[in-house]
Each structure stands twice: as structure tokens, then as C-alpha cells.
Design a protein around this ligand. Structure first.
Ligand code: 5GP
Ligand code: ZN
Length: 138
């Protein structure tokens, strides 16, 4: 538990939430400021600030939780689709430094824009970057 962390306080039940899921290791609740109604957050109960900090052993529980909650959100809201989002550090839009996944129900014509996409320079730029990333794998 990190005493400065709002999500740790929710896990500890010091702050209330609209809970939708709980397992031994994970919690799911509705985002207080939803992109669309039914927007849920799924997180490990333990305090790991970002995806880079999460022990890989938690991955099975996290994905099982995300799958269960996303299916339930779809059924309960009648969503036509769903986005999974996860922000790491402030430049990526992370406001709460306790790892969490956003499950955002989507509805045809809801008008939500995600991001603009770019391109690589012609030549080897894309292959060179792919090679650099492969070499950085741990
Ligand atoms: P981030 O930007 O860190 O990926 O997302 C943090 C999310 O947590 C935001 O979408 C925000 O609305 C939500 N949030 C922040 N504080 C609370 C809270 O006290 N309760 C709930 N349910 N959601 C919160
Ligand atoms: Zn925390």
C-alpha cells in the first residue's frame, strides 16, 4: 500500500468506489469521469506505478479480470465495441500512478477520436527502429 495513492486507498476501502469486480489480486470499478457510461478501470491491488513495474506473474490474473469485466460491460451497456487503454507516466496522460487499464465501451457514432497516425520516412527507418527495439528486449 502506498499511502499517497488514491487507488491504494480505494483497494483498502478508505475511499468508496462503484465496484464491478474483485479477485484475490485485482479490482475493477467504474471510472468517476467516464468517457462513455460504463467506462471501467481494472487494476492490480498491489501498488505498481506503471506497466514496466508490474510483475509478469500478475499478467494472467490481469487479463482474466479485463476479459471478465469487458464482457460484462458490453452486456450491461449494450456496447457495440470496446477500447482498452493504459497510460504510463505523465507524458502519456497518466494521472494516477497506480497501474490500471481503462475499459471503454464504444457505441456506433459516439464520435470519440483516438489518435492521429503518422508514417515512417522512406528507406530503412522502420526496419532500423524495429531492429533497435528487438535488441532492447530483455
Ligand atoms: P489515467 O489518466 O491515470 O490513465 O486515468 C486515471 C483515471 O482515474 C481517470 O480517468 C479518472 O477519471 C479516474 N479517477 C481518478 N480519481 C478517481 C476516483 O477517486 N475514483 C474513481 N472511480 N475514478 C477516479
Ligand atoms: Zn497505489
Amino acid at each position: 500500500m502506498n499511502n499517497d495513492c488514491i487507488f491504494c486507498k480505494i483497494v483498502a476501502r478508505e475511499i468508496p468506489c462503484a465496484k464491478v469486480f474483485e479477485s484475490e489480486t485485482c479490482l475493477g470499478f467504474l471510472d468517476i469521469a467516464p468517457v462513455n457510461k460504463g467506462h471501467a478501470l481494472v487494476l492490480p491491488k498491489a501498488h505498481h506505478p506503471t506497466l514496466w513495474d508490474m510483475p509478469t506473474e500478475l499478467a494472467e490474473d490481469m487479463f482474466a479480470a479485463m476479459k471478465s469485466v469487458s464482457l460484462a460491460v458490453r452486456e450491461a451497456t449494450g456496447a457495440d465495441g470496446l477500447n482498452v487503454m493504459q497510460n504510463n507516466l505523465e507524458p502519456a496522460g497518466q494521472l494516477v500512478p497506480h497501474l490500471h487499464f481503462h475499459l471503454i465501451p464504444r457505441f456506433g457514432g459516439d464520435g470519440l477520436q483516438l489518435w492521429d497516425q503518422g508514417s515512417y520516412a522512406s528507406g530503412d527507418e522502420m526496419d532500423e527502429l524495429a531492429s533497435k527495439i528487438r535488441n532492447a528486449l530483455r
